[in-house]
Structure formats: C-alpha cells, structure tokens
Design a protein around this ligand. Structure first.
Ligand code: PMP
Length: 399
C-alpha cells in the first residue's frame, strides 16, 4: 500500500467528505459496545439498537423535512437511485415512458440506458448552457404513457441547482411519479421533501460528513402513483422495500451527520459561498480565458467548475501536485471519456478535459483556498508557456 498523502489540500467534497468528528463519536459505541441486530426485538440488546435506528431515521427525515416513516435505508445513493427507477418500473406497464435529464448521475443514466436497450421508451432531455434543465422541453416530452420523471436536485459536477419544485408540480398535475437525486443538496442547501413535492428522493451519508456505505430512498407515503418492487428480498426489512440486516453504526452516523448539518447549515452556506467566490475571483483574474461551467447564481455554495483553455487536460491534472480536485465526476473517472455533463452543456471535448471541479467543504480554510489557487495558476502558466495567446473558441464563450 502507498503511504497516505500528507498535506494534500482536499477540494473534492462532491466525491466524498471526511467523517465529522462528532459523527465518529456517535458511531463508535455501535461498532463494538452495543451488540444487537435491529430486527431482534426479543431481547433488550436488539431493542436498544432498533431504537437507535429510529432516532437516526428521524434525524435524516428532519434534515430534509420528510416523514420519518418514508425513509428507507439503503447502501447509498447508487442503490437508492436503482431502487427508485427499477423498483417503480417493475410495476409499470412495458410501454410506461421515462424522462430523465442529460446530466444525471451514472446511477440513473446507466439504468435508463439499459431499459432503453430493452425497448422501454426513454427521453433524455437537454439542459441549457448554464446546466439548468430545460423545463419547457421536459414538459413537451411528457406523454399520456409517461410514468416516471427523474431530475437531480443539484449536479455533482457543475453544482447547478434545478427547479425540482416546478418539475414536481408538473408531474403531480399529470399523475406522473417524480424522483430526484438529492445527494448533493442534502446538508448543503435548504431542501424540503414536503415543499418540493417529490415522490422519491435519494440521499447518501458520505456527501454530508457521514460514513460511506449508507444512504436512503425517501418514498412518499400514500402516493397512489408509487408501487415499488424491492431490489433485495430476504427478511422484509424497511417496509419490505430493502431486506438485509441494518448496519446500525452506519445508520447512527448518517443520523448524526444530518443533525449536525442541520445545526451548521446557516453558517456554512455563506462561508462556503465566500470561499468559492474568493477562489473564482483569483483564478479569473490571473488566468486569461478561464471559463465558468454552470450557473453563476443557482449553484451549490461549495462548487466551482472551470475550463482552462490552452492546456492539455492530462498534463494539468498530473501537474497539480498537492491538490485533490477532480477533472470530472469522480464516480466516472475510471472511464477516460470527457464528462457527459460538460458535453451536455455544449463544452468541447478538449475544454472538458481541461476542466477542474473544486468541491469546498466544512473544514476548508481561506489559506487552503489561496494555496490551491497558487498551485493551479503556477501549473497552468507553466503548461501554457509564455507564448500563450488566447483566441477563445465559440464553445468557450459562455456567459
Ligand atoms: N448521485 C450523485 C449526484 C452523486 O454525486 C453520487 C456520488 N458520486 C451518487 C449518486 C452515488 O452515491 P453513493 O456513493 O452513495 O452510491
């Protein structure tokens, strides 16, 4: 094994976040001290951990303003997205039509691509240049056969916030189920399941300073549109929607992370927005031709995604020593393809490859931001060389 990196500035909080020390404290006793299966209600040990699970369920529900009974714990958002789509479509007619946006996470897009290969009608709707879903195009795509629409609440790459309340209302009026992948908004901006009116909502603990390997699908209760089939069957856990022994320590950590996020939200939003602006202003001032990907205003506080013309993408990433950033979605970086999200914005493949995603987080400091900016500027200047003369291409000129 290689040694862990020392002094690397971690600006990849859309990929994953460190576990908050308060969350770790809450989890520790549930690894060894409190033994018990949450389904073993015959004895006090089982009942104790079952109670801890229910406390966590309420904490998760409170953060996103949902009914605790609607929370179905899963192994993460990949599973939650799969359960939402495959679970719903398993009970829908074969001609039931599905609509998703072009910038969804792979755990949504790969599912619908497979369904399409199996002849299910699927429409992938485009986004505007800022990454906002084209709501008019979405509305036009709906047919009497449409059974499900899935649009993420915020992009993990460009941070663009989507008008999910508006889309949910359009779906509700037509009796169509609406799913939103809310992984990136949960704990980062105010988000209310009740107000949004989404039927299915995916969450993941490791994006909000909780542990990896736990998430949830919120399944709105009492909605006649929702007949879900489980992906996993076994003991009938989680309302028969997700069988398997509940990972108590992870669930306790998820709950604690939600409670902590709720306490810190008011303070974190302005702090991260200011740090993000500081980074953008510095890079924008010193790197001629820098392109901002995504919406200037409707954006996650800690997200910055920029295209850097005049450098080779691979050389750029290789040159950024001491900085943990991503050149696309970390989840898909095993594939050398340029980001499907940047492509959907109309960004050229060359510029997409020479793009950097910064994800700022709870423990990011102003000093780290300044140092990160210096590393990026020095690397780009070295790669561009003194003869760099900028003539922007049409794809790069975007407000
Ligand atoms: N959706 C989005 C928007 C994400 O950013 C991620 C994580 N990259 C996922 C889904 C998958 O979540 P998990 O890691 O919990 O499976």
């Amino acid at each position: 094994m290689t040694t862990p990196p020392r002094d690397e500035i971690y600006l990849d909080h859309h990929a994953t976040t460190p576990v908050d020390p308060a969350v770790l404290d809450a989890m520790w006793p549930f690894f060894a001290e409190h033994v018990g299966n949450a389904a073993s209600e015959q004895h006090a040990s089982g009942r104790f951990v079952a109670e801890a699970v229910e406390v966590a369920r309420r904490q998760v529900a409170e953060l996103v303003d949902a009914d605790p009974r609607s929370v179905v714990f899963t192994s993460g958002a990949t599973e939650a997205n799969n359960l939402a789509l495959k679970g719903l479509l398993a009970t829908a007619p074969a001609e039931g039509h599905v609509v998703v946006s072009a910038i969804e996470h792979r755990s949504v897009l790969d599912v619908v691509h497979r369904l399409k290969r199996r002849r299910r009608p699927v429409t992938v709707i485009p986004v505007e240049g800022t990454g906002r879903v084209d709501v008019a195009a979405l509305e036009r795509s709906l047919t009497p056969e449409t059974v499900l629409v899935s649009v993420m609440a915020a992009s993990n790459e460009i941070g663009t916030l989507q008008p999910v309340g508006e889309i949910a209302a359009i779906c509700r009026a037509r009796g169509i189920a609406f799913h939103t992948d809310a992984v990136q908004v949960c704990g980062r901006v105010l988000f209310s399941v009740r107000e949004t009116g989404a039927d299915l909502v995916s969450l993941s603990a490791h994006k909000l300073y909780g542990p990896q390997g736990i998430g949830a699908l919120i399944v709105r209760r009492g909605s006649p549109r929702l007949a879900l089939e489980p992906l996993l069957e076994g003991g009938g856990h989680e309302n028969r929607l997700r069988s398997g022994t509940l990972p108590v320590a992870l669930i306790v950590g998820f709950g604690a992370a939600c409670a902590r996020a709720r306490d810190l939200l008011d303070e974190e939003i302005p702090r991260l927005t200011a740090l993000r602006e500081r980074l953008w202003q510095r890079l924008h001032r010193e790197l001629p031709g820098l392109v901002l990907h995504g919406d200037r205003e409707q954006r996650l506080p800690g997200n910055l995604n920029v295209g850097i013309p005049g450098v080779d993408g691979d050389a750029l990433l290789a040159g950024l020593k001491g900085l943990a950033v991503s050149s696309g979605a970390a989840c898909s970086s095993a594939e050398p393809e340029p980001s499907h999200v940047l492509r959907a914005l109309g960004v050229s493949d060359t510029l997409a490859r020479a793009s950097l995603r910064f994800g700022l987080g709870r423990f990011t400091t102003a000093e780290e931001i300044d140092r990160a900016a210096e590393i990026v500027i020095a690397t780009v200047e070295r790669l561009r060389g003194p003869e760099f003369i900028r003539t922007p291409s049409a794809a790069e000129v975007r407000p």
